[in-house]
Design a protein around this ligand. Structure first.
Ligand code: ADP
Ligand code: MG
Length: 728
C-alpha cells in the first residue's frame, strides 16, 4: 500500500478550519495601515517635502537629493513604528514572480554602537546583483549592469518586517529588464494620446487615467496532497491523473457555498490585503471544483497591477497557514476549467467621465464611440500581437482548449452595440447620437441605451469583450504579470488614438465641425472592424477558426511562433512611435520568452519521465505481479482449466504489459527528443523543438491515465483527482 498517498488523504480529510485573527476595527478603519499613503506623507513629512513629493508623484517632477533624504527620514520613522527592520527594492523581473533583496536598517554609528539608517540614496536607487535575472542577452556584457529605481507613483508598503519600495529594473544602458517600466511608458503614451481628444470634447479635462480591475482565479489544494505529487510541486500542474467520476458536470461549485476552511483563508487574505491598501471586493467559487476567484475594486493601472503582484505573493503565504497550497497555474488539472485573469480595462478623465461608457448627451456619446471604435481598430490591427502578449507555455493549455479564450483574438460587442455601429453607417454624419428614451419613445436615429452594462449579453467565450463601460481582456493567464498584456494593449490603443487625433485636427483646421469630422473618420473604421475583429458567436467552434482565417485574423496556434509577432515591422514601429519598447528590447524579450518556454517544457518533460519511471511503472509492475501470482495459483488448483479460470487476469496482464511498454517507449522517445532539442543553438528553433516535446507530454499521459483506471487502488502511489479536488 502506498502509505504516503493514504496518509495524505486521511490528513487532508481530518482538517478543520483555522481560526482567523480578525482585527477589532472595521476594514475601512485599518485599510492601508501598512502603506505610506498621502495622509501618512502629510503626517511624517514637513510641508515643503510633502509638496515636492506630491509634485513628483503627480507631475513627474524630479526629487532633489536633499528632498529624497527627507522623504526617506519620514518613511523610516513610520516604518520603525510599524516594526520594520529591513528595507527592500521590490521589483518585477521577467519571471513569474517579484524579486526582493532585504537589507537591514542597521549600521555602525561610528561611536561604538549601532543605529538604524535609511537615506535618500538607498530609497532612490539600488544595484541588486541582478546578473541572473532573465534579460535576453542585454546584460551579457560586463558594463551592462542593472539597477532598480524607485517608482514614486507606487506607494511604499510594509510586508512582515520589511519596508518594500516598488521600483523599476533597468540595465545601465537604459533597457528595461522588468514589467513595470514598459507598463509605465505605455500608460504615459495612452493617457497622453487620449488627452487632446478629450479636450476637443471638454476643455476642462486636464488628465486621463487608465484603470485596471483584475479577476484572479486560482485553485487550492491541501498541502499534504500537493506534497505527494511531484508534478504539482515542480511543474505547478498535474501531468497525469484520470478524470474524477464527479468533476464539474453538475455545475454545483460555481458560486456555490464556499467551504469553511476556504472562507477562513479568504478572510485572512482580505485582512492582509486591506492592511496593504488592496481593495478586495469579490470572492466566490469558480466553475471547477477547488477553483476560486477574488477581485478588487478597480484602480489606477500601475498601482492595481502592483497590487495583483502583491496578492499573488500573499496568497501563497496565507494559503499555507490554512493548510493549502494556492495553484496559480493556468491549467493545473486536465478535463476541468483552467484559470485566467480577466483584465478589466478602461479610461477615465479627471472630470469624472468614463470614456468607454455612454455619455450624457450627443457629444458625450460621440466621444464614447470615438474611444470604442479606436480600440476596435487597435485590436484589429494588432490582434496577433495581443495574442502573443498573453501567450506562454502554461496559458497554452487554456487557449483554444474549448473553455477559456480561443486561440484567435476577437472582440465581443454584443447585439446592442453592434446594432448601433451598423446604424451609424446609414445616417448622415451630423446625426446626433441620443441616449435611448424610455420605452417606446423614439428620440433620434441613433440611440444608445443609457446603461449598456445590463444590455451586454455575457459571452464567455470571447477573449476580449466590451462589457458596457470597459473592455475585459480575458485571455490573460492566471499566473501572468498583467503588465505584459496591458503594455501591448495600451501601446496599440495609444498609437491608434494618436493617428486619429492627427487626422481629426487636420479636418477641424480645414473648417469641419467636430461632430461631422469625428463621424466621417469613424465610419470607415466601423466598416473595417465590424465584420472582421468583432465576433459575437461561439469562439470555441472549428467553424470560427476557419472564418477567422478568412477574415485575416491571426490563427497561429503554436506558442513559440506567436511570439514572433513582437518583432514584426508593424509591431516594432508601433512600439517605437509610442516609446514603449525599442527594437533591442523586443528582441531581448522574445529571447526570454523562448527561453522560458523551453525551460518550462523541459522541466515538465523531466518530471513526467521520472514519475513514469519511478512511480507509475513500478506500481503497474507490482499489480502485474499480483495478477501473475493469481494465475499461478489457479494453475495449482485447476491444472486443466486454469487458462479459462484466469481469463480476466490474463486480459489485465496483457493490457498492463502493453501500457507499460507504451509508456516506456514513449518516455524513451521523449528523452531522445529532448536531447535533440537541447543541442539546437538558435533559441527560436529550440523553442519550436520543445513545442513538439510539449505535445508528446500530453500523449504520454493517456496510457498512464488508463493504468490509473485499472491498477489496484491500493497500489497507486499518487493522490488521484477525486482526492485532490474536493476540499472537505
Ligand atoms: P464579472 O466576473 O461579472 O465580470 P467581477 O465583479 O468579478 O465581474 O469583476 C469585475 C471587475 O471589473 C472588478 O475588478 C471591477 O472593479 C472591475 N471594473 C468594474 N468597472 C470597471 C471599469 N470601469 N474599469 C475597469 N475595471 C472595472
Ligand atoms: Mg469579469
Amino acid at each position: 500500500m502506498s502509505s504516503l498517498r493514504f496518509q495524505a488523504v486521511r490528513a487532508s480529510y481530518k482538517k478543520k478550519p483555522i481560526p482567523v485573527d480578525v482585527p477589532k476595527e472595521l476594514p475601512s478603519e485599518y485599510f492601508g495601515e501598512l502603506v505610506f499613503t498621502r495622509s501618512k506623507m502629510k503626517q511624517y513629512l514637513d510641508k515643503e517635502t510633502y509638496e515636492a513629493l506630491t509634485e513628483c508623484i503627480d507631475k513627474g517632477k524630479p526629487l532633489s537629493a536633499a528632498v529624497a533624504d527627507k522623504v526617506a527620514a519620514g518613511m523610516k520613522k513610520w516604518a520603525l513604528q510599524h516594526g520594520a527592520t529591513h528595507i527592500t527594492h521590490w521589483f518585477q523581473p521577467l519571471t513569474d514572480s517579484t524579486a526582493e533583496k532585504h537589507d537591514s536598517f542597521l549600521e555602525y554609528d561610528g561611536k561604538g554602537g549601532m543605529i538604524e539608517v535609511f537615506d535618500g540614496k538607498v530609497l532612490i536607487q539600488q544595484e541588486p546583483d541582478a546578473s541572473s535575472f532573465p534579460n535576453g542577452g542585454i546584460r551579457a556584457t560586463f558594463e551592462a549592469r542593472g539597477y532598480t529605481a524607485w517608482d514614486p507613483t507606487s506607494p511604499v508598503f510594509i510586508q512582515g518586517d520589511t519596508l518594500c519600495i516598488p521600483t523599476v529594473f533597468l540595465a545601465y544602458t537604459g533597457e528595461a529588464l522588468d514589467y513595470k517600466t514598459p507598463l509605465k511608458k505605455s500608460l504615459k503614451a495612452l493617457t497622453e494620446a487620449a488627452l487632446p481628444i478629450c479636450k476637443l470634447f471638454d476643455k476642462r479635462v486636464n488628465k486621463v487615467t487608465a484603470y485596471l480591475g483584475w479577476e484572479q482565479e486560482f485553485f487550492l489544494v491541501d498541502e499534504e496532497l500537493f506534497a505527494a505529487r511531484t508534478d504539482l510541486t515542480l511543474a505547478g500542474r498535474t501531468l497525469m491523473g484520470h478524470e474524477s467520476s464527479k468533476s464539474q458536470q453538475l455545475d454545483d461549485h460555481y458560486l456555490g457555498f464556499i467551504p469553511p476552511r476556504v472562507v477562513n483563508f479568504m478572510r485572512e487574505l482580505e485582512i492582509s490585503a486591506y492592511k496593504l491598501g488592496i481593495p478586495l471586493k469579490t470572492r466566490h467559487n469558480e466553475v471547477a471544483p477547488n477553483q476560486f476567484e477574488i477581485a478588487p475594486i478597480y484602480g489606477e493601472m500601475n498601482l492595481s497591477n502592483d497590487q495583483n503582484q502583491q496578492i499573488m505573493n500573499l496568497m501563497n503565504f496565507v494559503a499555507r497557514k490554512h493548510g493549502f497550497v494556492a495553484l496559480l497555474h493556468e491549467k493545473p488539472f486536465a478535463g476541468i476549467n483552467g484559470s485566467g485573469k480577466h483584465n478589466n480595462w478602461s479610461l477615465g478623465t479627471d472630470t469624472g467621465t468614463q470614456l468607454f461608457a455612454p455619455g450624457k448627451d450627443a457629444m458625450g456619446n460621440l466621444q464614447f464611440l470615438t474611444f470604442l471604435i479606436n480600440t476596435l481598430m487597435a485590436v484589429k490591427r494588432h490582434n496577433g500581437l495581443l495574442k502573443a502578449s498573453i501567450a506562454s507555455s502554461t496559458n497554452a493549455h487554456r487557449l483554444g482548449a474549448s473553455e477559456a479564450p480561443p486561440a484567435v483574438i476577437s472582440v465581443f460587442l454584443g447585439q446592442a452595440m453592434t446594432g448601433i455601429l451598423k446604424k451609424i453607417l446609414e445616417v448622415p454624419s451630423d446625426t446626433p447620437i441620443e441616449i435611448a428614451g424610455k420605452k417606446g419613445r423614439k428620440l433620434g436615429l441613433v440611440e444608445i441605451p443609457e446603461i449598456l452594462i445590463d444590455n451586454t449579453d455575457r459571452n464567455r467565450t470571447s477573449p476580449f469583450a466590451f462589457t458596457g463601460n470597459r473592455f475585459e481582456f480575458r485571455a490573460v493567464g492566471s499566473s501572468a504579470n498583467c503588465a505584459g498584456a496591458l503594455t501591448t494593449l495600451n501601446a496599440a490603443v495609444a498609437d491608434q488614438l494618436t493617428a486619429f487625433y492627427a487626422a481629426l485636427a487636420k479636418d477641424i483646421a480645414a473648417g469641419k465641425k467636430l461632430n461631422c469630422a469625428v463621424m466621417d473618420l469613424l465610419k470607415p473604421m466601423i466598416r473595417e472592424t465590424v465584420d472582421t475583429i468583432c465576433f459575437d458567436g461561439n469562439g470555441y467552434t472549428s467553424e470560427w477558426q476557419k472564418e477567422a482565417k478568412k477574415r485575416g485574423l491571426d490563427t497561429e496556434k503554436i506558442v513559440p511562433k506567436m511570439f514572433s509577432a513582437f518583432t514584426k515591422k508593424d509591431a516594432v514601429d508601433m512600439f517605437a512611435r509610442t516609446n514603449v519598447y525599442t527594437e533591442k528590447e523586443l528582441i531581448a524579450r522574445n529571447e526570454v520568452k523562448w527561453e522560458t518556454y523551453v525551460k518550462k517544457v523541459q522541466i515538465e518533460a523531466r518530471v513526467l519521465g521520472r514519475m513514469a519511471t519511478n512511480h507509475v511503472i513500478p506500481a503497474a509492475l507490482e499489480y502485474k505481479t499480483r495478477l501473475l501470482r493469481s494465475v499461478e495459483l489457479s494453475k495449482e488448483i485447476f491444472p486443466r482449466e486454469y487458462l479459462k479460470q484466469s481469463a480476466p487476469e490474463i486480459g489485465l496482464i496483457r493490457e498492463t504489459s502493453a501500457l507499460i511498454a507504451e509508456i516506456r517507449s514513449k518516455v524513451d522517445a521523449l528523452i531522445e527528443a529532448r536531447k535533440a532539442a537541447n543541442v539546437i543553438e538558435d533559441i527560436y528553433k529550440k523553442a519550436l523543438a520543445y513545442h513538439k516535446v510539449a505535445e508528446s507530454i500530453e500523449d504520454i499521459r493517456k496510457p498512464i491515465d488508463r493504468l490509473e483506471e485499472i491498477v489496484d487502488n491500493d497500489l497507486w502511489p499518487l493522490p488521484k483527482y477525486r482526492e485532490l479536488l474536493f476540499i472537505n
